[in-house]
Design a protein around this ligand. Structure first.
Ligand code: NI
Length: 177
């Protein structure tokens, strides 16, 4: 079921979410199905459970190569529960981000360039990947939602924050997450 996405200003987006303690339950499957439907409907690159008002540590993400988003490398469709991130280098890279909870805007956000992420899928199977670039950026953006952080809170240069049509008159930008 497509669910409404909370928008910046809703205090539920600022809360820390709870760890998932039971895997393989109908409730968890139903949450993930709703998240997938909602993300697909909005053509998003990722979605975190608190964005649909569910305060649990569940994120999904995935990007197909899309000519509209030349800066977005393909990212495999992933369900990540109770994630833990470990940066693999100190390097931060600035890159454009958008968020389904901050529609119509884009901002330049510093993120770790390389990291390992660990967590579980909906069945409780462990998952561990080392990633970089846009994949690493998407994971950091989604996991921030679980700690009540929205990307504008991380912007350092506010001259690189604004409406899509003004920032990208040629229409080339990045997907919302
Ligand atoms: Ni977001």
């Amino acid at each position: 079921m497509i669910r409404p996405v909370l928008r910046m200003g809703d205090s539920r987006l600022l809360k820390s979410s709870a760890t998932v303690s039971q895997f393989g339950t109908p409730e968890l499957f139903s949450l993930i199905e709703d998240m997938r439907d909602t993300m697909a409907h909005l053509d998003g690159a990722g979605l975190a459970a608190p964005q649909i008002g569910v305060p649990l540590r569940v994120v999904i993400f995935g990007v197909d190569r899309n000519p509209r988003y030349p800066h977005a490398e393909a990212v495999p469709e992933t369900i990540l529960i109770n994630p833990h991130l470990t940066p693999l280098a100190d390097d931060l890279e600035e890159g454009w981000e958008g968020c389904l909870s901050v529609p119509g805007l884009r901002g330049m956000v510093p993120r770790f360039l390389r990291l390992r992420y660990e967590g579980f899928d909906q069945f409780g199977t462990p998952l561990s990947r080392e990633v970089e670039g846009f994949h690493a950026r998407v994971v950091q953006h989604e996991c921030d939602h679980l700690d009540g952080l929205l990307y504008p809170m991380r912007i350092r240069d506010f001259s690189k924050f604004g409406f899509i049509e003004e920032l990208f008159p040629d229409g080339v930008n990045v997907p919302e997450e």
